[in-house]
Design a protein around this ligand. Structure first.
Ligand SMILES: O=P(O)(O)OC[C@H]1O[C@](O)(COP(=O)(O)O)[C@@H](O)[C@@H]1O
Ligand SMILES: [Mg+2]
Ligand SMILES: [Mg+2]
Length: 337
C-alpha cells in the first residue's frame, strides 16, 4: 500500500485547492500531535495512574475523571504556543482560555471535548477527542466568549480522534471527510479512508432507551415504529447499538450508516438534550454532512443554530439521510398539528 501521511495530505490540499492556509494546516498538525499524546495516555490505563475520578466537578456539574483533566491540559499545552490561535474553549473549562501574552497569537479559535465518552475509560471501552476550529472576527479587541458563539456552518475544520482497537483521526476541512490511522511505531497518521460516505438508508439506530419515559411524542412515535420492524409502517427490521461515546457512534455511522439520537426530553425544561452544541454536535454535524449524511436538532440543521452560550446543550439526530429526515419530519408534523 502506498502510504500518505497526514502532513502530505494537508500540504497537497493546500497546493491543489488553495483552501487551507498554512496556519490552519499547522494548527491541525498540532491538534493531531496532541491526540497522539492522549492516545498514549489512554492506553497506559492503570499503569499510568490515569484511571478513576479526579475529585472535582466540571462546569456542568459532572464528576471529572483524572483523564478529563489530563487530556484538557494536554490540549492546552500543545496548542497555546503555536501562534495560530486567539483562544480555546473546552468542555472541562468554565470560561474561554485566551492565549497568554508570552506567545504569539493567531486568528483561529479551537473548541474541544478532550475526552468524549469518559464513563467508558475505567472499563477499557472506546473513548475519543472531538474538536472544532472557528475563525475569530477581525476586531483587534482581546478574544472573548462572544467570538466563539458562531453557527456551526462557520467552522473551517472539525475532527475527532477515536481511541479504540486502533487510534484513528477523522478530519474535514470542508472537502469531504477522511480517516487517518495512527502507525504507533512510526508515530505517523496514515490516510486510510478518503471521502467517507454515510449510506443514505440504514437499519441501525443508536439511542439510550432508558430515557424513553421522558421523551416527547415525535420521538416516542419514531421509536415505536422502529421497534415494530417489518410489521410496522417502516416495513423493515432494525438493529440497535449504544456505545455511550459519541465518537464511537459517529465512527460506526460513517463506516456503515445508522442514526444516532440524543433527543431533548421532559426532565429539564430549557435544557435540550445532553450533548453540547459547540464541541460535540457542531463538529460531528460538519463531519457527517461532509460525508453525505444529515444532522438536525429535530427542527433545523445543527449547523444553523445560533449558539447563545459556550456550554449550551442541544438535541441531536444525525446520520443516514432517510432516517434523520424522517424523525425531523415527525417533529415538524407535531408543530404544524
Ligand atoms: O450516559 P448516556 O446517556 O449513555 O450518554 C452518553 C453520551 O454522553 C457522552 O458520553 C458525553 O460525552 P462526555 O463523556 O464528553 O461528557 C456522549 O459521548 C455519549 O453519546
Ligand atoms: Mg463528550
Ligand atoms: Mg468529555
Amino acid at each position: 500500500m502506498k502510504r500518505k501521511s497526514l502532513s502530505r495530505y494537508l500540504i497537497e490540499q493546500q497546493r491543489e485547492h488553495n483552501n487551507l492556509p498554512s496556519d490552519l494546516r499547522l494548527l491541525i498538525e498540532i491538534v493531531a500531535r496532541a491526540c497522539k499524546h492522549i492516545s498514549h495516555a489512554v492506553s497506559k490505563g492503570e499503569l499510568g495512574d490515569v484511571l478513576g475520578n479526579a475529585g472535582t466537578d466540571n462546569v456542568q456539574g459532572e464528576a471529572q475523571k483524572k483523564l478529563d483533566v489530563l487530556t484538557n491540559e494536554i490540549f492546552l499545552e500543545a496548542n497555546e504556543w503555536g501562534g495560530n490561535l486567539a483562544g480555546m474553549a473546552s468542555e472541562e473549562m468554565e470560561h474561554i482560555y485566551e492565549i497568554p501574552n508570552r506567545y504569539p497569537k493567531g486568528e483561529y479559535l479551537l473548541v474541544y471535548d478532550p475526552l468524549d465518552g469518559s464513563s467508558n475509560i475505567d472499563i477499557n471501552v472506546t473513548v475519543g477527542t472531538i474538536f472544532s476550529v472557528l475563525k475569530k472576527s477581525d476586531s483587534p479587541d482581546a478574544v472573548c466568549e462572544k467570538d466563539f458563539l458562531q453557527q456551526g456552518k462557520n467552522q473551517v475544520a472539525a475532527g475527532y480522534a477515536i481511541y479504540g482497537p486502533q487510534t484513528q483521526l477523522v478530519l474535514t476541512t470542508g472537502r469531504g471527510t477522511h480517516c487517518f490511522t495512527l502507525d504507533s511505531e512510526l508515530g505517523s497518521w496514515v490516510l486510510t479512508q478518503e471521502h467517507m460516505q454515510v449510506p443514505t438508508t440504514t437499519n441501525e439506530y443508536a439511542v439510550n432507551t432508558s430515557n424513553t419515559r421522558h421523551w416527547f411524542p415525535p420521538m416516542t412515535r419514531y421509536m415505536s415504529e422502529l421497534l415494530a420492524g417489518e410489521t410496522g409502517p417502516l416495513g423493515k427490521n432494525y438493529n440497535m447499538r449504544w456505545v455511550a461515546a459519541m465518537v464511537a457512534e459517529v465512527h460506526r455511522i460513517l463506516n456503515r450508516g445508522g442514526i444516532f439520537m440524543y433527543p431533548s426530553d421532559s426532565r429539564t425544561p430549557g435544557r435540550p438534550g445532553r450533548l453540547r452544541l459547540m464541541y460535540e454536535a457542531n463538529p460531528m454535524a460538519m463531519i457527517i454532512e461532509q460525508a453525505g449524511g444529515v444532522a438536525t436538532n429535530g427542527e433545523i440543521a445543527i449547523m444553523d443554530i445560533q449558539p447563545t452560550s459556550l456550554h449550551e446543550r442541544v438535541a441531536v439526530f444525525l446520520g443516514s439521510k432517510e432516517e434523520v429526515e424522517r424523525i425531523t419530519a415527525y417533529h415538524h408534523d407535531q408543530v404544524s398539528n
